[in-house]
Design a protein around this ligand. Structure first.
Ligand code: AP5
Length: 216
């Protein structure tokens, strides 16, 4: 399965990608998670990425494309992968297609999650994440068992810097300009499926499972 998740920041891509990954045993590659891990570990990549991420800007294509190509070239991804947060620009999508063509492969399904602006704001304003392992929580929909402590690793649970309203507005603007055209891009390839995401996590997951059934 070679699957891409598309949608506005906060629509639930990471949540659903994680569930598909767990159900089918296919690795999830989240560029946001990889970049944030680099920031925490203060790697050269993380240091470069941080300035863009803090502002809500996209990290330059060449950095992110290299990161993803390296990941999908590993033996872990032999049976496929689930991309969350990549591609983010038409240039990234074209590079990915070109890279896969060399392996006689292609993206089999691009899942677009859609939700109202009200839903998105509710999700982003309540989102909490583990400061170490990136496990995602929500102050109303998915609270950690112990307040402010990650259930998975015990590290503090925090708010993401880029969920600040000013930064979020910038991310949304950039999404509309750079990422929204990917819906048409994958539609033209005949691999786009749309899923309504303004519903509880399990209801969305059911629709996602139905949408990817023919692909697995
Ligand atoms: P990234 O981490 O990819 O952020 P994003 O696309 O903005 O997406 P989010 O993680 O904000 O949201 P999501 O859709 O995954 O929602 P989630 O499942 O968490 O990127 C961050 C930054 O990194 C970018 O701004 C950029 O700088 C850089 N970057 C990353 N990739 C890049 C690339 N390819 N090129 C260049 N730069 C790149 O859900 C949100 C909340 O809602 C959670 O609290 C969750 O628990 C809750 N929730 C989810 N679903 C439901 C539901 N159905 N009902 C109730 N609550 C729900």
């Amino acid at each position: 399965m070679r699957l891409v998740f598309l949608g506005v920041p906060g629509v639930g891509k990471g949540t659903q990608a994680e569930m598909v990954s767990a159900k089918y045993g296919i690795p999830k590659i989240s560029t946001g998670d990889l970049l944030r891990a680099g920031v925490v570990q203060q790697t050269p990549l993380g240091k470069e990425a941080k300035q863009y991420m803090d502002r809500g800007d996209l990290v330059p294509d060449k950095v992110v494309i290299g990161l993803v190509e390296e990941k999908i070239g590993t033996s872990e991804c032999e049976k496929g992968f689930i991309l969350d947060g990549f591609p983010r620009t038409v240039n990234q999508a074209r590079s990915l297609d070109q890279h896969l063509r060399h392996q006689d492969a292609s993206i089999e399904c691009a899942l677009f999650l859609g939700a109202s602006e009200e839903t998105i704001l509710e999700r982003l304003s309540g989102r909490l994440v583990c400061s170490q392992c990136e496990e995602s929580y929500h102050s109303a929909f998915r609270r950690p068992t112990l307040d402010s402590v990650c259930d998975e690793c015990g590290a503090p649970v925090i708010r993401r810097r880029d969920d600040d309203p000013a930064v979020y507005r910038r991310r949304l603007k950039i999404y509309q300009k750079e990422t929204a055209p990917l819906v048409e891009y994958y539609d033209a390839q005949g691999v786009l499926r749309r899923v309504a995401s303004d519903r509880p996590v399990e209801a969305v997951a059911d629709s996602v499972r139905r949408a990817v059934r023919g692909v697995v």
